[in-house]
Design a protein around this ligand. Structure first.
Ligand code: MV4
Length: 501
């Protein structure tokens, strides 16, 4: 079995860069695709061949199935790597690849479709003996059935969309009084977001943690897990800090969850890289929540602690090679953390920040990894996800890893857009985070008021600090007036990351 000679990367940003580098290291030629606003982007500069998609709107570019498949055929690419997001979990895309004779680097279209239906996924897992969150996931969808089933579950409970994920169409119900209206409004939102109003009900778990397992499976049924990632630090259903190992997963729990994750993958004939998401409650009971049929954003922390290059394995598996890694040979070494650096303004409701990147300085050192898709001069536009980079560090243990990440964030400089760097540091510095006392509600619990702008320091102090910090390659949180006064001297320092004293 030999590797592909040429792969088309159907994505942009840091993940396109990550995949292109893995291909090149393995001697595989790469084809980048790009929209008009990405013509000078790093993934385009790095690739061996490039093809333009034109109009930057996602539907016309990175989501355009027929255009992308036509390009793959024209350039003679044998396979397409979808990255994450865009077409990565679209069963129609995987199917179109099959039909066009281009290998989709991921699981089968059938498995993607099955896992996209959260009810079908739960039923499959229940049948396979993987624990699922208690609730109702039946096909009877009339409101009176749902209300009756909801009362049986008890309160609080969650109404979730079968076609959903990411909190869309989700409602928390605290008592019988609001059950019916919550079901109806969840159905309405689900219909308008996904074109499907099927919902299911779950007991609302107390002190929930999001802990997921990385899976690799080849096309001959060999399946392994590469341990867990704790992803409980989220903001509006968007993960911002991930770590491994989880501070609450014991050896024994890891073994049981890992076995359940492998069982989940095998139950659906999974192949390639995937992630089994579990919710873990305050008593450390774990339940299958969903399976992500793609490479995850947070995959680097697994790579940092296991030494396994997941993207290379995706390529090998898709080209028909056997998984030669054995479960018994895998172990976790040290502790790794990833922080997602976004172009957004934590002081202004986390609104995406757009502009031209004027300066970027990246911390370097042993066990510091920067997966980024940005360069100076690049415009950050509102068209795509505002993720600029993923900063990943590893160290011997959790405490050292946190310290190291705080250092690394302090030496990460981005000028031209506002970033969440200072917010990430505040989270890492939080006493409860340091103790490992985290749940999916951590940000809501402890950083509720963070978006209100602080009153500014005198202008000369700001400028002095800015110069000082630049010289010392340090960044601070933004302190500026809330209102945009065109005559304000703040205008001139508004892009600088200043303050924090
Ligand atoms: C839950 C849960 C508690 N119990 N399910 C699902 C989608 C994910 N992004 C959030 N999800 C949750 N599912 C059960 N059975 C807690 C969450 C959850 C959450 C719920 C309500 C409000 C904010 C939340 C933030 C993270 C996780």
């Amino acid at each position: 079995m030999v590797l592909f000679k040429k792969v088309l990367v159907a994505n942009r940003g840091e993940i396109a860069v990550r995949v292109i580098k893995a291909c090149q290291e393995m001697g595989v030629k790469t084809v980048a695709i790009y929209s008009d606003v990405d013509k000078d982007a790093p993934h385009v500069q790095l690739a061996d061949e490039t093809v333009g998609l034109g109009d930057p709107t996602p539907i016309q570019s990175y989501l355009n199935i027929s255009k992308i498949i036509k390009i793959a055929q024209d350039v003679g690419a044998e396979a397409i790597h979808p990255g994450y997001g865009f077409l990565a979990e679209n069963p129609d895309f995987a199917m179109s690849c099959d039909d066009a004779g281009v290998k989709f680097i991921g699981p089968s279209s059938k498995v993607i479709g099955l896992m996209g239906d959260k009810i079908a996924a739960k039923k499959t897992m229940e049948k396979a003996g993987v624990p699922v969150i208690p609730g109702y996931h039946g096909l009877k969808q009339d409101v009176s059935t749902l209300v009756r089933e909801g009362k049986k579950i008890g309160f609080p409970l969650l109404v979730k969309a079968a076609a959903g994920g990411g909190g869309k169409g989700m409602r928390i119900v605290y008592s019988e009084d609001t059950l019916e209206e919550s079901i109806e409004s969840a159905k309405r939102e689900s219909k308008s977001s996904f074109g499907d109003d099927t919902v299911f009900l779950e007991k609302y778990l107390d002190k929930p943690r999001h802990i997921e397992f990385q899976i690799l499976a080849d096309e001959y049924g060999n399946t392994i897990h590469l341990f867990e990632r704790e992803c409980s630090i989220q903001r509006r259903h968007q993960k911002i800090i991930e770590e491994t190992p989880s501070p609450v997963v014991s050896k024994e729990l890891r073994r049981r969850m890992g076995e359940a994750a492998v069982k989940a993958a095998q139950a659906v004939g999974y192949s390639n890289a995937g992630t089994v998401e579990f919710m873990v409650d305050g008593d450390l009971n774990f339940y299958f929540m969903e399976m992500n049929t793609r490479l995850q954003v947070e995959h680097p922390i697994t790579e940092m602690t296991t030494g396994v290059d997941l993207v290379k394995w995706q390529l090998r598996i898709a080209s028909g090679m056997k998984l030669t890694l054995k479960q018994k040979d895998l172990f976790q070494r040290g502790h790794a953390i990833e922080c997602r650096i976004y172009a957004e303004d934590p002081r202004n409701g986390f609104l995406p920040s757009v502009g031209t990147l004027e300066k970027i300085e990246v911390p370097t050192g042993p066990n510091i990894r920067d997966d980024s898709g940005i360069c100076t001069g690049m415009k950050i536009t509102p068209y795509y996800d505002p993720l600029l980079a993923k900063l990943v560090v590893s160290a011997e243990n959790r405490e050292e890893s946190i310290q190291k990440m705080i250092w690394a964030l302090s030496h990460y400089v981005v000028m031209g857009v506002t970033t969440n760097i200072s917010f990430l540091k505040k989270v890492l510095e939080h006493e409860e985070f340091r103790r490992g006392n985290i749940t999916t509600h951590f940000i809501d619990n402890y950083f509720k008021d963070w978006t209100t702008a602080k009153k500014g320091l005198p202008v000369d102090a700001i400028i002095a600090l800015a110069v000082y910090d630049l010289m010392h390659r340090r960044t601070h949180e933004v302190v500026r007036y809330k209102e945009a006064d065109p005559h304000s001297p703040w205008k001139h320092v508004g892009r600088w990351r200043v303050g924090g004293i």
